[in-house]
Design a protein around this ligand. Sequence first.
Ligand SMILES: [Zn+2]
Length: 432
Amino acid sequence: MKSLWKVDNGNKYPLLVFKPGLKPNKTQTMKQSIFSILTLLLFSQLNMIDKPSAVSGTLYSDEGSVSIQMENGKISGIDRLEGSDSEEKLFIAPGLIDIQINGYMGVDFSGPDLTVEGVKKATRALWKAGVTSYFPTIITSDVDRLKKNFAILAQAKKDPEIGKSIPGFHLEGPYISPVAGFRGAHLEKYIKAPDWKEFSEIQAAAEGGIRLITVAPELEGAIPFIKKCVASGMIVSLGHHNGTAAEITAAVDAGARMATHLGNGCANMINRHHNPIWPQLADDRITPSIIADGFHLTKEEVRSFYKAKGPDNTILVSDALDLAGLPPGMYERGERMLELTPNVVKLPKENVLAGAASPINLCVGVVMDYTQCSLGDAIQMASTNPAEMMSLDDLGNISVGSRADLIVFSMNNNKMIIKETYVAGELVYSQP
Ligand SMILES: [Zn+2]
């Protein structure tokens, strides 16, 4: 008997077995061949044929050369290599995870025209930016719109092509501060006090997919609302608020664990002693998300936040608007005009930032530039930490058994250039 063997991680598996024996007659062989081909076709249609593959490069965390094997959507082996002779250094890291993103490539998750097809378009574009998982974020809107759009996101989450990249959704608002400056770009007329019954209806429309919610702790009823959110398994993040130290502490005692885009969603003029930033920086139980796009925070803010929280307790988010990826100019969005500059989106009338236009891979480079942190630390903040915060246990790391969500990229002057993106072992983007 003659066999072909596949050697994987020290184990040998038979691939094909040939049995010599009596000479088969031609018709029999032909029948068998046709049967084999049909079986193969059927199994490959059903995606049941194991397609082992491997990717080699420099490991992001320690710069060692590795070959990573993928099988059945998971990482099945990690081999250390002797070094590589390729001219361009190609890094391998876990795929980026963006827990705050409002839209991409013209697709607005809060917009009136959202469709599953649109979510697919945004997802495919995000794969090109190295994002393998993200939490589509819907901001303060009319409640009917919230329900309608979360229902569409719930359909997208079940889609066989893109569903794996959408582990849940983020609701930012409407239970936030109505005060100018703190409310940022959120429309005042839709802002309100927390209402558990109303939220439960929105969550039902989302088929339970809302896993992260941004609320203001100083609103009437916020603390019991936060407790209910936490009891239902959600992560509560404080944002767009002007909470006092006592209100922030009460919210954290109630189970809030994050601060949404710390340093933004805040008025320009604040008291130097008593403002919402210090208490959130001081409380070690709070992990802030930050928009390190080079525009939403100064270098000194990013450095100070990073020094206070460290790479273990900081999460990078893009907060990108749907305009991200489109050419600069004036755009009508919903009920107002937005200005897209090459790097950021503004509300020209109020002269405030409306959101970012840089995908999270650019923020990785900016945070490295601003803080001088290592690539490993930056990836931790853009992948490992959000995965841990959202209990995505098999994402955000490279270890045997984890889902094979991997990115291959080069670094050029702290700019991440994505070459390949894998989601559950499948190559979903390859740089042309
Ligand atoms: Zn915001």
